[in-house]
Write a protein that binds this ligand. Structure first.
Ligand code: COA
Length: 212
C-alpha cells in the first residue's frame, strides 16, 4: 500500500473537490509537483484560473513543489500585473493604441520580480494571495488570507498583510536536517513506510531512518 496514484486527478474517492493539479494544468509556464493538490468545491481542476496576469509574452513561471496543499481561492499574481511606476502616470496608454502606442514601455521599464517558486510540503491557507516573484521555502505554512509580498523562510509560519513570520516551526539545526533529508524526494515506498515519522515532530528519528 503506497498511497494514491499521483497521476489520478481526483485521488479521494467520492470527493472531486480535491485535485492533483499536475494532471490538469496545461500552461507550460506553470509547473506542479507530484501529490500537490488544490481544494475547491467549484471546478478544482481549473486551478489555472487562480494564476492571474500570467502572460506568455512575459514568460515568468509559477513553480510549485511536491506535496503542497493549496486551499480554496488562493491566488498568484504574476508579473503581467505590473504597470510602469517610474513615470508620472501609471495609466497604460500604450495598450489602447490609436496613437498612444508611442509610449510603449522599453524592456526593463516594467517592474519584473522573476518566477514565483513554492517549495515542497507547503500549506497555503484559504484565500492567500502570493505576489510576483515570491519564493516560499519548503515546509512553510501561509496563514489564511495572507498577502505574501516577500520571500518566506523554509519551515516558518507566516500571516497577515503584508505577511510576516509568526514563528519558525523548528529550531535552525532541525531545519538544516529537514532540508538535507528532503523526504518528499524519497521513493514513495520509503515515504509510505516512514509516514508515522514524517507526520511526527521528531526530526532526529526521521534522520535516523533516512540513513538506513
Ligand atoms: C496559521 C495557522 C495555521 C495557525 O498557526 P499557529 O502556529 O497555530 O498560530 P496561532 O493560532 O497560535 O496564532 C499565532 C499568531 O498568528 C496569528 N494568526 C493566525 N492566523 C492568522 C492569519 N490567518 N492571518 C494573520 N495572523 C494570523 C494569530 O493572531 C497569533 O498572533 P499573536 O501571536 O499576535 O496572538 C492558522 O491560523 C491558519 O491560517 N490556517 C489556515 C487554515 C486554512 O486556510 N485552511 C484551508 C483548508 S486546508
Amino acid at each position: 500500500m503506497n498511497g494514491p496514484d499521483p497521476q489520478n486527478k481526483h485521488p479521494m474517492i467520492g470527493f472531486p473537490q480535491v485535485c492533483y493539479i499536475k494532471n490538469t494544468v496545461n500552461n507550460p509556464n506553470i509547473i506542479i509537483g507530484d501529490y500537490t493538490y488544490y481544494d475547491d468545491p467549484v471546478d478544482a481542476e481549473n486551478f489555472e484560473r487562480n494564476v492571474l496576469y500570467h502572460f506568455p509574452f512575459i514568460g515568468d513561471k509559477l513553480i510549485i513543489g511536491k506535496f503542497c496543499a493549496i486551499a480554496r481561492d488562493v491566488k498568484f499574481i504574476m508579473n503581467g500585473a505590473n504597470h510602469k511606476t517610474s513615470g508620472i502616470s501609471t495609466y497604460p496608454f500604450q495598450i489602447f493604441g490609436s496613437g498612444w502606442e508611442k509610449v510603449m514601455p522599453e524592456p526593463g521599464d516594467l517592474p519584473y520580480k522573476g518566477d514565483t517558486v513554492i517549495g515542497n510540503d507547503v500549506w497555503i491557507g484559504f484565500e492567500a494571495l502570493i505576489m510576483p516573484g515570491v519564493k516560499v521555502g519548503n515546509g512553510a505554512i501561509i496563514a489564511a488570507r495572507s498577502v505574501v509580498t516577500a520571500d518566506v523562510p523554509a519551515w516558518s509560519v507566516v500571516g497577515g498583510n503584508p505577511a510576516r513570520v509568526i514563528h519558525s516551526r523548528f529550531p535552525a539545526d532541525s531545519i538544516k536536517t529537514l532540508e538535507r533529508l528532503a523526504w518528499w524526494d524519497w521513493p514513495v515506498e520509503k515515504i509510505s513506510r516512514h509516514l508515522p515519522l514524517i507526520v511526527s515532530g521528531d526530526v532526529a528519528a526521521l534522520a535516523a531512518v533516512a540513513e538506513q
